[in-house]
Write a protein that binds this ligand. Structure first.
Ligand SMILES: Nc1ncnc2c1ncn2[C@@H]1O[C@H](COP(=O)(O)OP(=O)(O)OP(=O)(O)O)[C@@H](O)[C@H]1O
Length: 918
């Protein structure tokens, strides 16, 4: 017998056969229990994902948690030697089976074996009959490139005893007959899609590592950007020292990150041929690719072979859909490759994009074709894409894509073509650039005058009227909007099939704004039907959202909710979940959820809105941030709320928004200022607040705007100015059937009269507010009153006779108000000298409080630290420089012998709890 496997005596490195040690901040991942439990009938568990996805850690952690019996081998390049491989395999099984494989090990080291298969045959024969599952884990199997070893595993898989499962951890799919096992149902897989950290896991992981609080929005954005890749999350957590820095790092990821680039450099580095590198870089311009697309972009003939060689590299490539025919790069890897493409080669990128645009157009994938044509800055191709698909982009509401297309076209091309002009003008209007609308329309009118028949000119002007009507609407000129829209609706739509739908919608909106709710609703229903007939998805969803808004105004929140459900269903049926208009839907759902005090849903909807708008730019987040600020306030999370308020203020200052958005955002900002007693800001706001005429407040945003002013006046104690304003708003709301506003006005009136010590009036308004709440279901608007609501409701319950239904509602509100964390308390207490004295006089306070008395400023700062504000936020709150805050903190720490912020928080908590009796 010729012996080929005889390594002689082997010195085993023990660590190679041991389960890896857990990392310091190990996050248990119970979601994998199901896969592991279902392993029994399976021969192979294949864990494959790119580097650093947590393959090893997850498998080790779960097996340890389940106290599973495992035999580990950590493979290295040198294990491609069959003798070494056989030795470690036998040793691993021997350790796991209490010496059952000793004979094989001995023979291997003494007489040797003729082949790997022979070693495996003996190993299998020697394994004891057993019931307890055993997992043979081969980690980093992608390092193995010896076909004899692959072959031996195929053999092993054929003859495995039922209790033994082979677990292969690898960056690539190993050539061990995976496809056949999959078809036979003998394969379980864990891929990057499973391993990627989900937002909840990321939150838990980051919270355990970071000493500061991160907004859920930033966590979700981070998870989206890194697609749950734990190594990138680890890097983020190691790099950021504050929540703002974390947020910035996440933002910057779209441009790349030097540490991540270094990581990829090491990974890709030396192993690739020039051809492979070129291949990676060229394909990096593609959002997704298959063999055919690769052929087109590479100009090569064998796309499949190139694709296979790419997949075998074990890089950051994953299936783009369930067909597994299309693939895509991990977004961070794609950024890295594009960086290489730009900085290290002289590739003609324009040429690549042109080829890609043509290929996508042939496949009828309009969006991708458009994106490449834009990247190639190629007006001819863009015009071709737009002539075929421009109207589809429009009816789907793809305004930002359309804008990018149109931005690259010369003005004359647009002005000569009525359809392009209409698209251009609608895009400008959709982005609130109303001045531009008129200049595009006039330019086209001037050009087309000579070259068109009168009939066509009339048709064009009719369609132009539809958009002019929308602009008039946005300027708040309802009469002009109605005149223009009525003109437009008479005309046949010749250049943009949805022109008449748009005109119908404007009529509905104008009626809504004028307070003619019933007619507005009927119009919006007509618009919906018209839009459905044109398959104009954007308009259908818009009309449904408007119907929902009108229903909210009528106080019928449940009906509004049901209409929203129909809109969600429509979006799902037509696969529209990525369209920007969906944000509108999520936003109004979020608003109802807040009013009904479903804070989690409010937050979820706002976050989904942000996700949808990610490609459109931050400018559009105002409403989502407003919802998130409301949630943070309702939960008493002051520092988070302060962050959102700051962001909203910045956006409002930089942009031009419709009063609807502004009023809504101001309501939240004012409520925050009121809660933190920032009267200076409220005072300042009054000097620049949008004008308000309560007698003309015939819709929800004018009502809200008026209530904001009244609220600000109440916060400043100017009750006599607030009273007529609120009374007038109430009368108008009543007259026009604006029930939700009426409900909110009564709540505010109750609060106002309570402040004015007009008890009877206050309780009457509160009672009416409760009655109205039986249709609106309002909760959030009541809770906004803060702790004052408790006294008001208690007085009402004790002093008035109220119906059972209202009594139940009052009791529930009372309970919620008592549970609500009021973040203003800490600040109010610190501002009050009497309370500070009260603390100092108590016998049970720490000695240092008496012996090293704090200044008033230091008390303030202590309570703000307790409330969770960062130094910058404290500085902003107190209107002083950050350095001043630091000086006060240093002095405060010295006086009280404090070393860390957490100690300061503890001290404040202790002191405040003493006087609050909590
Ligand atoms: N559940 C977890 N909790 C905490 N940290 C984790 C967890 N999972 C992975 N990590 C960390 O993420 C990093 C990558 O994990 P791991 O080495 O398991 O990835 P891998 O996919 O096996 O990578 P490679 O392909 O390079 O072997 C490690 O630093 C690890 O500590």
């Amino acid at each position: 017998m010729t012996t080929t496997l005889n390594p002689g005596p082997i010195t085993f490195v023990a660590a190679k056969n041991q389960s890896p040690l857990p990392p310091p901040a190990l996050l248990p991942r119970e979601k994998f229990n199901d896969v592991l439990h279902d392993l029994e009938p399976v021969s192979l568990l294949l864990v494959h994902a790119p580097a650093g996805y947590g393959k090893t850690t997850t498998i080790a952690e779960r097996f340890a948690a389940q106290q599973a019996r495992t035999a580990w081998i950590h493979l290295e390049n040198s294990d491609n030697n069959p003798e070494r491989f056989a030795g470690y395999l036998a040793n691993a099984l021997n350790v796991a089976t209490a010496g059952a494989c000793q004979q094989v090990l001995d023979r291997l080291q003494n007489d040797g074996y003729e082949s790997l298969e022979a070693v495996l045959t003996d190993l299998l024969a020697g394994l004891p009959e057993d019931d307890e599952p055993l997992y043979l884990v081969l980690d980093d199997y992608h390092l193995i490139n010896n076909s004899e070893i692959h072959e031996s595993l195929r053999f092993l898989l054929k003859h495995l005893p039922a209790y033994l499962t082979l677990v292969l951890i690898s960056r690539t799919i190993p050539p061990v007959g995976v496809a056949r096992l999959r078809m036979q149902g003998r394969l379980a897989e864990i891929t990057s899609r499973d391993l990627g950290f989900e937002p909840d896991e990321a939150q838990q992981y980051l919270e355990s590592r970071l000493p500061f609080e991160i907004a859920r929005e930033d966590i979700e954005r981070a998870v989206r950007r890194v697609e749950g890749w734990i190594s990138a999350l680890q890097l983020l957590s190691a790099s950021a020292a504050t929540s703002a820095e974390f947020s910035d790092f996440v933002d910057q990821l779209k441009y790349g990150n030097q540490y991540i680039f270094d990581y990829f450099d090491e990974l890709v580095g030396n192993d690739l041929s020039e051809q492979q590198k070129r291949f990676l870089m060229r394909t990096s311009i593609l959002e997704r690719f298959n063999a055919g697309m690769i052929m087109r972009v590479m100009g090569d003939t064998d796309g499949q072979a190139l694709l296979n060689s790419l997949l075998a590299m074990g890089l950051f490539i994953s299936p783009a859909d369930n067909t597994t025919l299309w693939f895509r790069y991990h977004p961070l890897f794609s950024v890295y490759l594009r960086h290489l493409l730009t900085c290290t080669t002289h590739e003609n990128q324009r040429d690549l994009h042109q080829r890609a645009a043509d290929a996508w157009l042939e496949l009828n994938h309009a969006e991708e074709a458009a994106r490449h044509a834009i990247a190639a800055e190629d007006p001819d191709r863009i015009t071709r894409v737009l002539s075929l698909h421009g109207q589809k982009f429009f009816t789907e509401g793809q305004f930002s894509l359309l804008q990018r297309c149109l931005d690259t076209l010369p003005q004359e091309i647009i002005a000569e073509d009525p359809t392009l002009t209409l698209l251009r003008a609608w895009v400008a209007q959709g982005q609130y650039r109303f001045d531009e609308v008129e200049s595009w329309l006039s330019a086209a009118e001037a050009r087309l005058q000579g070259s068109m028949s009168e009939d066509n000119q009339r048709a064009v002007l009719g369609e132009f009227s539809a958009i002019r009507a929308q602009v008039a609407m946005n300027y708040g000129d309802c009469d002009q909007a109605l005149t223009l829209a009525r003109k437009a609706i008479e005309q046949e739509a010749r250049y943009l099939p949805t022109s008449r739908v748009a005109a119908a919608s404007v009529i509905g909106e104008a009626l809504f704004v004028r307070g003619e709710l019933k007619e507005a609703l009927a119009r919006m229903q007509d618009t919906e039907h018209l839009a459905r007939a044109h398959q104009a998805h954007q308009n259908v969803l818009w009309a449904l959202c408007q119907q929902s808004e009108i229903s909210v105004a009528m106080g019928l929140l449940q009906k509004a909710y049901n209409i929203q459900e129909r809109a969600f269903q429509y979006a799902e049926e037509n696969q529209l979940n990525h369209l920007p208009i969906l944000e509108f839907l999520f936003r109004i759902r979020s608003q109802i959820m807040w009013e009904w005090h479903h804070l989690e849903s409010t937050e979820r909807c706002a976050l989904q809105g942000i996700e949808i708008l990610e490609a459109q730019g931050e400018r559009w987040y105002v409403q989502s941030y407003t919802s998130l600020a409301k949630v943070a306030q309702a939960r008493g999370r002051q520092s988070l709320c302060a962050d959102y308020i700051a962001k909203i203020q910045k956006m409002l200052a930089a942009g031009d928004y419709h009063l609807d958005w502004v009023a809504n955002a101001h309501a939240t900002i004012l409520s925050y200022w009121d809660a933190v007693r920032d009267n200076d800001s409220i005072q300042r706001w009054l000097t620049i607040a949008p004008p308000c005429d309560p007698a003309r407040a015939t819709n929800h945003f004018l009502q809200c705007n008026g209530r904001n002013r009244a609220g600000a006046l109440i916060s400043l104690g100017q009750f006599e100015l607030a009273q007529p304003l609120l009374e007038e708003l109430k009368s108008v709301a009543q007259k026009f059937g604006l029930k939700t506003d009426l409900n909110r006005n009564h709540i505010d009136l109750a609060y106002l009269y309570w402040q004015m010590d007009e008890r009877g009036q206050a309780l009457t308004h509160m009672k009416t507010a409760l009655e109205l709440a039986s249709t609106t279901g309002a909760v959030g608007s009541f809770l906004r009153l803060g702790k004052e609501l408790i006294v008001l409701l208690k007085a009402l319950i004790n002093e008035e006779t109220i119906d059972d239904l209202e009594l139940q509602r009052a009791k529930r509100l009372l309970q919620l108000a008592q549970q609500q964390r009021n973040f203003s308390r800490a600040i109010r207490i610190s501002l009050d000298e009497a309370i500070i004295q009260d603390i100092i006089d108590r016998p049970d306070v720490p000695e240092l409080i008496r012996t090293s008395p704090l200044t008033r400023r230091e008390w303030q700062i202590l309570s703000l630290i307790h409330a969770g504000l960062s130094n910058d936020q404290i500085a902003e709150h107190l209107k002083v420089a950050s350095t001043t805050v630091k000086t006060h903190i240093r002095s405060l720490y010295q006086k009280q012998n404090i070393r860390h912020r957490s100690e300061a928080i503890e001290l404040a908590k202790d002191l405040l709890s003493k006087i609050q009796g909590e």
